[in-house]
Design a binder for this molecule. Sequence first.
Ligand SMILES: C[S@@+](CC[C@H](N)C(=O)[O-])C[C@H]1O[C@@H](n2cnc3c(N)ncnc32)[C@H](O)[C@@H]1O
Length: 257
Amino acid sequence: MTSDPPEPPPHLTFYHSIEFAAGRRTAGWPVIVPIVEMIIGAMRRLNFNGKRVLDIGCRDGALAFEAERLGAAEVIGIDSDLPAENIAFLRRALNSKARFERHNLYGLKTESFGLFDIILLPGVLYHLRYPFWGLRLVRDLLADGGLLLVETATFADANTLPLLLCPTGADSPYEPTSCTFFNIKGFTDTVRSFGFAVVDQRSMMNLPPHDPAVAAPLPIDRTVFTCIRDRHLDDAKVMAYWDGQAAGLPQWTELPQ
Ligand SMILES: C[S@@+](CC[C@H](N)C(=O)[O-])C[C@H]1O[C@@H](n2cnc3c(N)ncnc32)[C@H](O)[C@@H]1O
């Protein structure tokens, strides 16, 4: 007996658990199912109708396919390690028009795909060794008034200071590729400095803040942030300085008193 669509070829392994036909799902990683559900919950609070959407670090495409289901006019998924066979299987099974390409986030320019109305950056920021540069590049891909939805691992603390925990090697609370853990204030202030306002923010576990007297384990939560790009928040002078384009700008010569 054959089923339509067929089961995925047995040599494929999936990260996302995706319903590819009624009641039939890819066997993804169980541990990420609640995280993906939280991201999809945040997506469903937004209006995707007619929007151009970029899903950065799309993996098997669960979120790109969801954007398409939510009415996006055009969806592009990119990943530096794109599982092309998984994507081909799922596009066919879901009859999807979403486009997927292998790309490194750090190589994305406006000329790559034009501007987007919504950019999804889930499960990627905590893997970035150059997080500020990554966010800076993503900012330039978004139309004014556009939305950036970031889901990331967050360091749960009292949020009195804007912090970035940047462990390497065995110090990572996850594994060595996970090296960037903002606290909520660190993330919010960072994106604010790039011209974004956080308009929605929800954490999965709402962990109690880190107690410095207790060395380990570090409390790492997962948080989804919805940020709106607002050019009025830009401080062009400071941004130019950070970009190394300070020549000709008045210099900051005052020292703190
Ligand atoms: C933890 S998975 C998250 C997958 C999906 N976004 C989600 O939230 O379910 C991280 C993905 O980001 C991709 N990635 C990591 N660094 C990247 C980069 N510099 N450019 C593009 N993709 C990257 C990885 O290949 C991987 O597929």
